[in-house]
Design a protein around this ligand. Structure first.
Ligand code: FAD
Length: 328
């Protein structure tokens, strides 16, 4: 197992939250390393077009990802492609991040921005048509379905709330649920049942997503789990809300989280573990968007800088101030 040079801040994940944090840490002249398991961009790379990031009325997901990355690098943040398997706090108060390749990276502060993963249905056509009618985000993609017929899958708060929200755009919304009652809160259910644009298909599962020659969703193959009756449902979109798993399992030891596993932070994005900050989709909060991830990343970076400064003032972990200036 090899050990690397020490850094002042380690950022786990290069999505919008991580890359914004990296930019601010770089500007603060902190020796910053971003550890990303894939290509920099996070969920931006799974998003065709972004239409709600201020300043960009229409930008491709990968294009925005590249802008975030080059902006962070411009201010000196280093990026390494590594999958982090464990983040642990050591007796001296510093953190160690271990990666799949067996390398250990050390720093007195860590910003966790590993995002999360929407739970998939795991049916034929789902991945093939992702971004072409299959979506996991109503705020992001709802406006693409103006006047159309779509389906929402799920029975919890997210599915019911988003089905109601999507009727702002869609002409008709089928809520498809595999059971004969919903898990969602009663107030949300009341709103759902009162909405004339929504039809609930009880005891029903989607077995296949089908599309046309242009590669856009046109039909769902569904099955009634009680009668086994199969049915074709003509829709141009399917929104899947059957859960979201925050990628928080890599932290060793207990970090406060909510019932769904999202990390709880204070207003400075600091977790219950001192020196460990969290930002973006894995944090407990009202909504999950590129703007909120970037905002969280900003706060986390500035809070981490203050944390490191306080440590230095207390004579704790020394600050390593870069002298090279920005790599423009
Ligand atoms: C299909 C889709 C469309 C969307 N459309 C929009 C939209 O139009 N507008 C909008 O505002 N929002 C949209 N969103 C939401 C938005 O993309 C997210 O809110 C945002 O990307 C969250 O940023 P993040 O940095 O917190 O997490 P992510 O973007 O998820 O980035 C997390 C990063 O961490 C990395 N990572 C995870 N675990 C590890 C590990 N162990 N080691 C190293 N790296 C790791 C991942 O590879 C990933 O790159 C969409 C989301 C989806 C799924």
């Amino acid at each position: 197992m090899s050990k690397t040079d020490e850094y002042e801040v380690l950022i786990i994940g290069a999505g919008p939250a991580g890359m914004t944090a990296a930019m601010y840490c770089g500007r603060a002249m902190l020796r910053t390393l971003v550890l990303e398991r894939g290509l920099a961009g996070g969920e931006l790379l799974n998003t065709e077009v972004i239409e709600d990031y201020p300043g960009f009325e229409h930008i491709l997901g990968w294009e925005l990802a590249q802008k975030f990355e080059s902006h962070a690098k411009k201010f000196g943040a280093e990026f390494v492609q590594e999958t982090v398997t464990c983040v642990r706090k050591q007796d001296d108060g510093t953190f160690e991040a271990e990666t799949e390749s067996g390398t250990l990276y050390r720093a007195p502060a860590v910003i966790l921005t590993a995002g999360g993963t929407p739970v998939k249905l795991g049916i034929p056509g789902e991945l093939e048509y992702a971004g072409k009618g299959v979506s996991y985000c109503a705020i992001c993609d709802g406006a693409f379905f103006k006047g159309q017929t779509i389906a929402v899958v799920g029975g919890g708060d997210a599915a019911v709330e988003e089905a109601d929200f999507l009727t702002r755009y869609a002409e008709k919304v089928y809520l498809i649920h595999r059971r004969d009652e919903l898990r969602a809160s009663k107030i949300l259910q009341k709103r759902l049942f009162e909405n004339p644009k929504i039809t609930v298909l009880w005891d029903t599962v989607v077995e296949k997503v089908e599309g046309d020659a242009q590669g856009l969703v046109t039909n769902l193959k569904t099955r009634d789990v009680k009668t086994q009756e199969e049915r074709d449902l003509a829709v141009s979109g399917i929104f899947v809300f059957i859960g979201f798993r925050p990628n928080t399992g890599i932290v060793e030891g207990h970090v406060a989280h909510d019932d769904l596993g999202y990390v709880v932070t204070d207003q400075n994005m600091e977790t219950s573990m001192k020196g460990l900050f969290a930002a973006g989709d894995l944090r407990a909060q009202l909504t999950r968007q590129v703007t909120t991830a970037a905002g969280d990343g900003t706060t986390a970076a500035i809070a981490a800088e203050k944390y490191l400064k306080a440590l230095k003032d207390e004579g704790g972990v020394p600050m390593i101030v870069r002298t090279g200036g920005y790599a423009v």
